[in-house]
Design a protein around this ligand. Structure first.
Ligand code: CTP
Ligand code: CA
Length: 226
């Protein structure tokens, strides 16, 4: 009798997943972040683990943890931490899923002491963070599959397709913000998948577990380059 209850579609495959929000410190008690719950990333991690894969999950602070105990978790705070963790294992991976909501900018300097309330206003200078998906996309080996996410509020399809190309993804998942039951914090989602070859797939509003399964099906459709 086996304890293994799933298929073996990704047996032996090594999967890197980034998930959740990043936190960019302002001072010892404050940070800049976003509303990402990490639910989608956790569901994708569990789906891959269920189908026999070795999953490495790079997880922002406060993000939802997956259920499967075999998943290796790398806790990180900032975008830079997340990049260091992802970069250190990227080479050995077969499939990378960039599901994290990475802060685009971080404070230029982190104050060593708590910033005191002084003037009537204040300005924090921000500098651009490393683009993890873009940077690792440049190092992508022919056998590797990269999956990205996009969340847009206007010209959704145009922007998603632009990111697919720019970041060297094989597949991009466009999250629908307009649809009821989709987006951050909720347990359901509605997505469009756009493939590098121009083909696409559209889901209905589904629980994030089923969206994760759909993304795995999408990964299986990506043509293998040896
Ligand atoms: N991403 C990343 N590192 C960043 C920013 C984004 O790895 N510093 C990844 C996300 O995890 C996602 C994809 O890139 O898979 C697209 O993220 P998104 O925020 O939509 O794209 P940006 O390039 O940051 O563009 P913008 O926010 O201006 O739309
Ligand atoms: Ca962004």
């Amino acid at each position: 009798i086996s304890h293994f209850s799933g298929n073996t579609d990704f047996y032996g495959k090594k999967i890197l997943i980034t998930s959740g929000p990043t936190q960019e410190a302002i001072d010892p008690v404050r940070f800049i972040s976003n509303h990402s719950s990490g639910k989608m990333g956790a569901a994708i991690a569990d789906a891959f683990a269920r189908s026999g894969a070795e999953v490495h999950l790079i997880l922002g602070t406060g993000a939802k943890k997956p259920k499967n105990k075999n998943i290796k978790i790398y806790p990180v705070k900032s975008a830079n931490d997340m990049f260091q963790a992802a970069n250190s294992i990227h080479k050995a991976m077969d499939i990378c899923v960039f599901a994290a909501a990475v802060a685009d900018y971080a404070p230029k300097d982190i104050a060593l002491e708590k910033i005191k309330k002084e003037g009537e206003g204040m300005t924090i200078e921000l500098v651009k963070n490393v683009d993890i998906a873009n940077c690792l996309g440049k190092a992508k080996q022919p056998h590797q599959i990269h999956v990205g996410f996009a969340l847009e509020t206007e010209n959704e399809i145009f922007h998603a397709k632009q990111k697919l190309e720019k970041k060297n993804f094989d597949l991009i998942v466009l999250n629908s913000m307009r649809q009821e039951g989709a987006g951050f914090q909720v347990d359901t989602n509605k997505v469009n998948l756009f493939f590098e070859d121009g083909s696409s797939l559209e889901s209905t509003v589904l629980p994030k577990e089923q969206i994760a399964q759909l993304i795995l099906e999408g990964v299986k459709k990506v043509p293998v380059k040896i």
